[in-house]
Design a protein around this ligand. Sequence first.
Ligand code: ISL
Ligand code: CA
Length: 621
Amino acid sequence: MYTLKSKLRDLYDNPAGYDIISKILLQAGLPRKLVFNPLTGALPLSFLYRLTEKKIGSGFFDTLLALLNQSRDSLGNAPHEDAPAWWKEAVFYQIYPRSFMDGNGDGIGDLPGIIARLDYLKDLGVNAVWLSPIYDSPGDDNGYDIRDYRKIDAQFGTMEDFDILLKELHDRGMRLVMDLVVNHTSDEHHWFQEALHDPDSKYRDYYFLQKKPNNWTSFFSGSAWNSYPEQDLWGLHLFSRKQMDLNWDNPGLRADIYEMIRWWLEKGVDGFRLDVINYISKAQGLPEGDPFVGTLMGFTGIEHYFYGPKLHQYLREMQKEAFAPFEAFSVGETPGIGMKMGKLLTDPRRGELDMMFSFDHLETSGHARFDIYEYDLNYYKEYITDWMEHYADTSWMSLFYDNHDNPRMLSKVDHTHQYRQTLAKLLGMIQMTLKGTPFLFQGQELGMVNKQFKNIEDLRDVESINKYWELCLEMPTEEAFRRILAGSRDHARTPVQWTAAEGCGFTKGQPWLGSDGDEVTCNAEEQQKDPDSVLAFYRSLIALRKETPAFIYGDIHFTHKKKEKLLSYTRSLNGETFYAVFNLGAAKMPLPGDIKGESILSNYPENYLKLRAYEGRIYRL
Ligand code: ISL
Ligand code: CA
């Protein structure tokens, strides 16, 4: 049993303990280096308790100890050889279908639109697509609220369009990974409708419908409970009011989900990205959330489901029942999961997930998504060094900066966009040469940046809109809007900038979410013709990665670990070695003295004796 007398070091030996304590300390704004300092390990947990009591409160420590005493999984640390797999060799491209390409002029991207742009993806060199949800949905959260798992949403097209898309992708040597949203369904799903209206329905227990709510809050503002006065019931929704959480403790629900997964895999889909998959197991009886944890993390109740008691069990079951028979690929979206818990989820010997998306690198220490601050890439250096050394020894890492839930990394690092092209190329160079599987998000290859939305009417995202009105209760509207601009998911959701034309070459109609005119200077059509463009650079980078096994399976070794703002590492395999060096800041710095070999790629035109602002170089030794 862990108690307040346990040494921090012993708590750190528990994967959940390690991740939670480091998360709390980082959240509190301590530098990564300090958090991971071995000297603090000899202190007892009570020291942290005394140190923080006034701010943290004993409830937090009770919660922490309960979580640790419940999760006794330990890590087998023996590193292993990487077994080859297509998804380790792939470069993924995430398509957010509403915003990728509109085929019929209604202003909303669709499947025929995607099909029309497949040659663009082929030319870019990516060989796997992750497609965000295209299933039938009322669209409260742009498709992450599914009404029918086996139907294509009419605004995206038909099942016939889908079959064509899958075939056309496969014909071009590309794989298709779909989005699997099984933590919740739309409240319009027939399971929920029957559950709500028929007390004897077998679906009643598929959801959390009960007489009283608890104090949990929703990720999209307010309480996590809907009241249904006619039925005298409350229903749990961690996300929007129309996204009702599924009760995974019900075996019938799990069987239905696995059958649905197999149905898609039988169609020939290559795998799934599993939406908030770490939230599926909720603590028995849905206990009240600790107020301190709620304030610190921004969401009350999260400790009772972000790493729930049966998570590992359900993932193993899903792997066995649905994925394994098809040798299908799985990548979990796992917000809040840190490095060590992540290892438990993705160590290939445990049979749970192939890969996961951790989000620990998306904000620097002490910051959250809606804070206004500039991202210091030195934080990424510390993060990635740590993960490569202590996670990638047993698990295969996903590498990404952007997705449909976050502002563009390019803009987070450089608010003024002074270094736009250089920085876009630098990020790509790092992503393509680290060990792991790169996931590009649409538009990243063009250097697309955050949008200059003018006011809340310009935004469409349920999260931004709810949060805006919540913030307006506490601060002037201008300030509330500034905060929303810092973190809005809509920055990533504007149409892909295909051409300079009105509608960005994305639509002949009125786009569902407008651009701000940036397409005039940044678009695919112009960049196709320009050998110095971000697009051309990504094309070379992807080609380099695909033709160089050392960048895929090669060992990684970091150099100059203590030098601020310098990220440098070697990749080597079968006698072939590459050396990558990156200046992570705007100030010039001397070239590291240990550079040898021939420079094969740089984001600056000619060689120079220093590393310029955000300059990166790759050498072949
Ligand atoms: O917005 C967040 C919390 O404030 C993010 O953490 C995000 O909700 C989280 O990463 C989960 O995202 C996924 O599930 C959501 C959906 O809205 C996102 O688009 C999806 O990627 C609910 O399905
Ligand atoms: Ca359309």
